[in-house]
Design a protein around this ligand. Structure first.
Ligand SMILES: [Zn+2]
Length: 255
C-alpha cells in the first residue's frame, strides 16, 4: 500500500544558512501514518507545515545542536505553547544530551528556564540509542563531528533509511547503514582537510561510505557552498559507479 511506504520529504538541505529557495537541514519521514521531523534547521518549520501540523508530529529527532539543524526548535516551542495549537501531550523529542537546557536558557537568556518540557518530552540520545515510533524503529549512533552528534537509521518491516547527520566518514555510520535501502549522506566538503580531524564528508567520501555499507541507494545532502548540488551528485556517482540523487528541497523519496 503506497501510504504504508517509508517516505522522506526534504524540507531543506542548505548549509550553513538557508537560501531563498532552500531551508537548512530538515526532513519529514513518514510511514503508515507516523510522522517524524528529522532535524529542525532554520526554515524547516515553515516547510513542514505544507505536510503536517506541528501537533500532529509523532516525534522529533535532532542530530546535533548546530543552528542549521536545530534552530527551528525555538519557534516550534512558541507554536506549541503560545499559539493556536493545543497539544494533547508533549511531543517526544530525541536529541543530544543538553538539548532541553539549551532551549530553556536560550529563550530566557538567564538563569530562569522556559517550560520547554511542556512542549517537548525530551529523550537524550546516546550511542546505540533505540526508540520505537509507531511501526518504525530509530537507532542512533554517535558520529564524528567534533561535538556530540548522531546519525540515525529508521527501520520498518520492509525498508530502511539511514541519515548521516553531520559527520566525517566513520565506522559508526558505516555500521549503522549496513545494507540500508537509502543512505541520505551529507557532502559538505569540497575536499578533505589536510590536517584537522575530518568532520564532514566529501562527495567521494559519501560514495565510499555507501559502498562500504552496501547501501542500495545514495542521496547526497548538505552540499557545501563551494560546489553545486549537481556537481556533488556527479562526483559521488563517478566514484560509486551508479546514479546518485541530490536531496533537493521539496523532493520526496520512497525509501
Ligand atoms: Zn550542518
Amino acid at each position: 500500500m503506497p501510504h504504508d511506504q517509508l517516505m522522506v520529504t526534504v524540507l531543506g538541505s542548505a548549509t550553513p544558512y538557508a537560501t531563498v529557495d532552500n531551508p537548512c537541514s530538515g526532513y519529514l519521514v513518514t510511514h503508515a501514518g507516523a510522522r517524524i521531523w528529522v532535524d529542525a534547521g532554520s526554515g524547516t518549520l515553515a516547510e513542514l507545515q505544507r505536510h503536517v501540523r506541528v501537533d500532529e508530529l509523532d516525534a522529533i529527532w535532532i542530530s546535533h545542536l548546530h543552528a542549521d539543524h536545530s534552530a527551528d526548535l525555538l519557534t516550534a516551542y512558541y507554536a506549541l505553547l503560545f499559539a493556536d495549537i493545543d497539544v494533547a501531550a508533549p511531543i517526544p523529542l530525541y536529541g543530544p544530551p543538553g538539548t532541553a537546557d539549551r532551549l530553556a536558557h536560550f529563550l530566557t537568556n538567564g538563569t530562569d528556564r522556559s517550560p520547554v518540557e511542556s512542549a517537548f518530552a525530551f529523550h537524550e540520545l546516546h550511542d546505540g540509542h533505540r526508540a520505537t515510533i509507531a511501526a518504525t524503529t530509530l537507532t542512533s549512533r554517535a558520529v564524528d563531528h567534533g561535538m556530540p552528534a548522531f546519525a540515525v537509521r529508521i527501520d520498518t518491516a520492509e525498508a530502511s533509511l539511514t541519515y548521516s547527520g553531520d559527520t566525517g566518514p566513520c565506522a559508526a555510520l558505516t555500521e549503522l547503514a549496513a545494507d540500508t535501502d537509502t543512505l541520505l549522506c551529507e557532502a559538505e566538503s569540497d575536499e578533505a582537510p589536510a590536517v584537522e580531524p575530518q568532520v564532514h564528508h566529501t562527495p567521494e567520501d559519501a560514495a565510499d561510505t555507501a559502498r562500504s555499507a552496501r547501501a542500495r541507494r545514495l542521496v547526497v545532502t548538505h552540499v557545501g557552498r563551494s560546489m553545486t548540488p549537481a556537481d556533488a551528485a556527479e562526483r559521488a556517482a563517478d566514484r560509486l559507479g551508479r546514479d546518485v540523487a541530490y536531496a533537493a528541497p521539496r523532493r520526496a523519496f520512497t525509501v
